[in-house]
Design a protein around this ligand. Structure first.
Ligand SMILES: Cc1ncc(COP(=O)(O)O)c(C=O)c1O
Length: 390
């Protein structure tokens, strides 16, 4: 391994949300934070060095996005997903959550319905309700420890007010990397019912061995024409603080509609450092990512083995992608408030409560395994001890 993912790097006192935001979020500072979706690994050297080189110039004026910025993403998705896109299909966005909000504003009217499949990343909810649109929930099916999409449920909830579906692929928090046949089925329903698809693929680089990511829009030209894909180097390369991401669509009408809001608000220029880091990540990131994914896979196997051996009352839903594991705590016999309090005050670990992700999240907790194995071991040992004292 060229990179050392075992290194412990002090993050306290750096205005870091995951560590310095603990007291505000959990009401306690005395816990090991395994929540917010960023990693405790060093942002890779090729990104840091590109930022340092840019700083050496010492003028931080207005800047353009060079062709090499767009080409870095064009080449990345070709190399990784065999998806051929054009530079003209890409819009810069200052973060994927911003892009979710622009999309809801652009593709729907107040009162329209937007479909999400819960349990799902919580800003999907506010991106809809904050703009006076209605959420249409199509809950995922959880059966025998596996998640799938409810196609019949989807068909039956679509009416004339339903305009948009937000897909999460890979799906945070349940960790599914949707298979090609699953994507095809959901896209066919949307094509038939005239629904635009916003495909949040921010976790698409974090695919664990044995699984393969298919950008939804790569399935066919027809599907591409109704899809806006959101991608970013932020999760992959641990650079979320730089708020730099992209929206991709081959449909010029969707692109024009999508860009109206960020352009009118003058936020599509991004910032110099985000642009520099984005290009460096997608140009030089392959080896680092390969090593990261192997490390993450070992961490997940460690979680499974530890929990199976020491905490048999809990179950791990095996993630196929992301660095987030979904823990089934339904057998612990606690309601959701007690479960949250138990993890914070008894186990002293900061996890996200399943209920934050909407219906279907009851009785679950989400743990972030993007950290050195020793940190994970400490967290799991605390959970084990607390459960044994219960
Ligand atoms: C599915 C999903 N979309 C978007 C984001 C955040 O995107 P950004 O930081 O670019 O706004 C996250 C972060 O956890 C996520 O899981």
């Amino acid at each position: 391994m060229a990179y050392n993912f075992d290194e412990i790097i002090e993050r306290n006192g750096t205005n870091c949300l995951k560590y310095d935001g603990k007291a505000k979020y959990f009401g306690s500072n005395d816990l090991l934070p395994l929540w917010v979706a960023d990693m405790d690994f060093r942002t890779p050297d090729f990104i840091i060095n590109a930022l340092k080189r840019r700083l050496d110039h010492e003028i931080l004026g207005y800047s353009l996005k060079p062709d090499s910025f767009f080409n870095s993403l064009v080449n990345w998705v070709d190399r990784r997903f065999n998806w051929q896109i054009k530079k003209e299909w890409i819009s810069f966005t200052p973060g994927v959550v911003s892009a979710l909000n622009f999309s809801v504003l652009s593709f729907t009217k107040p009162g329209d319905k937007v479909i999400i499949q819960t349990p799902v990343y919580f800003p999907f909810f506010t991106a809809i309700t904050d703009h006076g649109r209605q959420i249409a929930v199509n809950e995922l099916i959880y059966k025998d420890g596996n998640y799938s999409m409810d196609y019949d449920g989807l068909r039956s909830l679509i009416d004339e007010k339903t305009k948009l579906l937000i897909l999460c692929n890979p799906h945070n928090p349940v960790g599914r990397v949707w298979r090609k046949d699953e994507l095809q089925t959901i896209a066919d329903i949307c094509l038939e019912k005239n629904i635009t698809i916003l495909s949040d693929e921010i976790h698409s680089d974090l695919i664990l061995p044995g699984h393969k990511h298919f950008p939804l829009a790569s399935l066919s030209d027809k599907i591409a024409a109704i899809t806006v894909t959101l991608m970013a180097p932020s999760k992959t390369f641990n650079m979320a603080g730089l708020a730099s991401s992209a929206a991709i669509t081959s449909n010029p009408d969707l692109k024009r509609q999508f860009e109206k809001i960020p352009n009118s608000m003058h936020i599509s220029s991004g910032n110099l450092f985000g642009i520099t880091a984005f290009e460096a990540a997608y140009t030089h990131g392959d080896i680092w990512l390969h090593e990261l994914v192997l490390y993450l896979d070992k961490n997940l196997t460690f979680i499974e083995q530890f929990i199976n051996a020491n905490i048999p009352s809990m179950k791990v839903v095996r993630a196929e992608g992301t660095y987030l594991a979904w823990l089934d705590c339904t057998n612990l016999g606690m309601n959701d408030k007690d479960l949250r309090d138990f993890f914070i005050h008894k186990a002293k670990v900061g996890l996200n409560s399943g209920t934050d992700f909407g219906s279907g999240g009851e009785g679950f907790m989400r743990i972030n395994f993007g950290c050195p194995k020793s940190v994970l071991e400490k967290g799991l040992t605390r959970i084990e001890a607390a459960i044994k004292q219960k």
